[in-house]
Design a protein around this ligand. Structure first.
Ligand code: EPZ
Length: 417
């Protein structure tokens, strides 16, 4: 079984280039189904989740062609089926994002109910509420969600929670609907803006993406386009935390610093220097970490996808930190694994209390989700002795070449088959 072996590596130093955003490319790939013409997309990270989404597009009838290491051409001229199979949906929850485009193209969509995962039940009620408001009948049968519509018609929709996926799915379903849709209490993440820009570049008419109210005016048809995906703010944040925690001096290239304000603010509060210039961020730290309190919130609040990484860094802070997770009901699975490395952390409901000043020691640990895996790597860089991380497939879902990138800035880390 493949493992990642990490030895203590303080003072990381050098440059790391961040790839295109996983959480942007996945909805954008789904959105290529909205057009019958070809879409060329650049700066696509080479990730397992991207391969699963591309496989799903091909199963649905699209042609997917690799034009270069990080460039794909997708042509969805013919959709040959409106059914997304269990084996692909069960691999990746984001596959459910093809629901909106399939309803648009086929007025019909049959998708296996995406399961929960380690971090929570992750229901889809808000996605389905939006589709119903746009004129869709929805039935659940044998684990499938089956949606049928005579015609998608724009409507006013209020999201009870600013769900990223529901905002994306409804935005896609409204793009070619008749009339106008107003989506209230929408998610404001940068990945929503990137998706809206992508759809508008095909001839869509979406305004307000990145704010709580998004207005989608239905258009008749979409044409071809070429688009470059925004940088991955969570990949960037992960390496920033690794640099700060190990007392390093690392320059992260290909970032949009306005997407990282909460992370930059918290790293500064923790005592790191963060210098912003153009599309680069430089993180300098002496390795002495101040305790900080974290509360995860929808964007522009502190991102839940950075919570685990901060827990690793705050385990060596001089004092107590409190982390409050408000987005997912079970996103502290990494706390158990970290405590096996000597981290003094106590989980009470949706909060974790970190005593700090932990002396971390290497151990055999397992990744429980993508960001938890990254947190264990950071902890391994701080721990005396050797850390062995299993279930590394989680990490490969969201971090392209993480081992090589960390080796290039001095980390003693390797894969072991
Ligand atoms: C996206 O997931 C991201 N994934 C997640 O990143 C990220 O953690 C999450 O947004 C929050 O920022 C992708 O973009 C592919 P949500 P998504 O719908 O869309 C509840 C990573 O590590 N909810 O905003 O699934 C839900 O249970 C991943 O890269 C409903 O109740 O997140 C959760 O508690 C992990 N009903 C909260 O909203 C719904 O219909 C946030 O979920 C939908 C969601």
């Amino acid at each position: 079984m493949e493992r990642i072996i990490v030895q203590k590596s303080l003072g990381l130093n050098g440059n790391i280039r961040v790839d295109g955003s996983k959480n942007s490319i996945l909805p954008i790939l789904a959105a290529t189904l909205l057009s019958e013409e070809e879409c060329i997309i650049h700066d696509i990270p080479n990730l397992q989740d991207v391969r699963v989404m591309c496989k799903l597009l091909e199963v649905l009838g699209a042609k997917v062609e690799r034009l270069g290491k990080n460039t794909l051409k997708i042509s969805a001229e013919n959709i040959t089926t409106c059914e997304a199979p269990y084996e692909l949906i069960s691999k990746m929850r984001a596959s459910f994002l093809v629901m909106g485009p399939l309803l648009t193209r086929c007025q019909n969509a049959k998708i296996y109910m995406p399961g929960g995962c380690a971090i929570g039940s992750r229901p889809i009620d808000l996605h389905l509420k939006g589709f119903r408001y746009l004129g869709t009948e929805i039935k659940s049968e044998n684990g499938y969600v089956h949606a049928v519509t005579k015609k998608l018609v724009g409507n006013d929709i209020y999201l009870d929670f600013p769900s990223v996926g529901a905002t994306e799915n409804i935005m896609m379903a409204a793009t070619l609907a008749e009339g106008e849709t107003i989506l209230e209490n929408a998610a404001e993440e940068p990945e929503i803006v990137d998706l809206a820009n992508f759809i508008n570049s095909m001839g869509g008419n979406i305004i307000g993406a990145g704010t709580k109210t998004i207005r989608i005016k239905g258009v008749k048809k979409l044409h071809k386009t070429e688009h470059t995906v925004i940088p991955d703010r969570i990949e960037a944040g992960t390496y920033m935390v690794a640099a700060a925690a190990t007392g390093g001096d690392v320059t992260i290239e290909n970032v949009v610093s306005s997407h990282l304000q909460p992370v930059i603010a918290k790293l500064r509060e923790a005592g790191a220097q963060v210098l912003e210039y153009g599309d680069k961020l430089r993180v300098i730290s002496d390795g002495k970490i101040n305790p900080v309190d974290i509360k995860t919130l929808p964007y522009p609040g502190f991102p839940t996808d950075m919570q685990a990484q901060f827990m690793s860094m705050l385990s060596i802070a001089i004092g107590t930190s409190i982390i409050h997770e408000t987005i997912f009901e079970n996103r502290f699975m990494h706390a158990n694994e970290l405590s096996r490395m000597g981290v003094d952390v106590k989980v009470e409901g949706s909060s974790a209390i970190l005593k700090g000043s932990s002396k971390l020691s290497g151990a055999k640990v397992k990744a429980t989700d993508l960001r938890a895996g990254a947190a264990l790597i950071i902890a391994g860089l701080l721990a005396d002795g050797e850390t062995e991380i299993t279930e590394v497939f989680h990490i490969k879902r969201g971090y392209d070449n993480i081992i090589e990138k960390l080796q290039n800035i001095g980390a003693n880390i390797r894969y072991e088959k």
